[in-house]
Ligand binder design. Structure first.
Ligand code: NDP
Length: 298
């Protein structure tokens, strides 16, 4: 049983690869740099899928919270292309392939839904394309078109919480030093999922033939930025009294990018639960306890 992972070298992709490995799958990554288990995007485009895979997953994408990069038109283009082109390249390779995989799983984001303090979104809610991230997600998901009988599963993920990547990697040090705090007024929703649940959900989508279409990859517990701040500080046994004012973030990061932190959406995983997926972390306090540690990476 083989799985091909676009962006398999990243935070989510490598965690997924490890979990698949423990379940007896063979994993091949697609990456920009050569590596033991990697093929390049050019090889994929020129030669198609490298092997008979039961599933193809895309977890590739230039990180937009890379604070060393300014929010320039060129960088935004890179953020867009690294998601849309990689997804299109995989969909094209799948459509051309004779011995097709059973399923194509594409990881996108809850940025598909317009930030709001009053709307509630499940998988049937419309996307409006009103801001950069929702327009990007619409393009990204459009690029994922695969012909039947290949199943398409699109997972719109919330902030993925784990010790070694994403939001927690960025916030760990300030919180550990007791310099953490809410962002803005802290009332914005923070759709979240623990890394282990997200990778389990991807495997659930691979292994269950009835799962298809859009899934909201979020925990059923809806929280705000305030709730998260409180739980994370409690798990680290640190105070978190230093709020980060919204205008400062807007100035440092650019308002359009800062939106990821200053605005949020109330998102529920209705279809995920209807399909019978069981979360391991459906409570932010338990999730924070899991990654609030200084142990070195295994
Ligand atoms: P990482 O930055 O840890 O990994 C990103 C991966 O994408 C790497 O494997 C990298 O592969 C690849 N990549 C980066 N830039 C490019 C590029 N320009 N062209 C092709 N490939 C590229 O990110 P995460 O694992 O955290 O996120 C993976 C995906 O999940 C992203 O698309 C992200 O938007 C989405 N997501 C993440 C969330 C989170 O909280 N982390 C939340 C919601 C969605 P290599 O360098 O080896 O080529």
């Amino acid at each position: 049983r083989k799985v091909l992972i676009g962006g398999g070298t990243g935070f989510i992709g490598s965690h997924l690869g490890e979990l698949l490995g423990t379940k007896g799958y063979n994993v091949v990554n697609i990456a920009r740099m050569p590596g033991a288990n990697n093929i390049s995007w050019t090889t994929l485009e020129n030669s198609g899928l490298p092997m008979r895979s039961c599933a193809v997953v895309n977890c590739a994408g230039q990180q937009f919270m890379d604070f060393t990069k300014s929010w320039t038109p060129g960088f935004k283009q890179n953020v867009q292309n690294s998601r849309v082109y990689t997804t299109k390249a995989l969909a094209t390779a799948i459509n051309k392939c004779l011995d097709k995989p059973k399923v194509f799983v594409v990881l996108t984001g809850v940025g598909a839904y317009e930030p709001s303090e009053c709307n509630k979104y499940d998988e049937s809610s419309p996307t409006t394309g009103i801001d950069f991230f929702s327009r990007l997600t619409i393009e990204w998901e459009k690029a994922a078109k695969v012909d039947p009988p290949v199943r398409l599963v699109i997972i719109r993920s919330g902030a993925v919480l784990g010790r070694w990547g994403g939001m927690i990697k960025n916030m760990f040090l300030p919180f550990y030093l007791g310099l953490g705090g809410r962002i803005g007024n802290g009332k914005q929703y923070l759709p979240w999922i623990h890394i282990e649940d997200l990778t389990r959900l991807i495997i659930f989508a691979i292994e269950n033939d009835n799962v298809n279409g859009i899934l909201n990859g979020v925990s059923p517990q809806v929280i705000t930025n305030n709730d998260f701040t409180h739980s994370f500080a409690k798990a680290l046994r640190r105070p978190a009294f230093l709020p980060v004012p919204e205008p400062i973030l807007n100035m440092l990061l650019n308002r359009e990018r800062a939106m990821i932190m200053t605005k949020g959406q109330y998102v529920i995983p209705k279809r995920v639960q209807e399909f019978g997926f069981r979360y391991k972390y459906d409570n932010i306090d338990d999730a924070c306890k899991e990654f609030a540690h200084l142990c070195p990476k295994k």
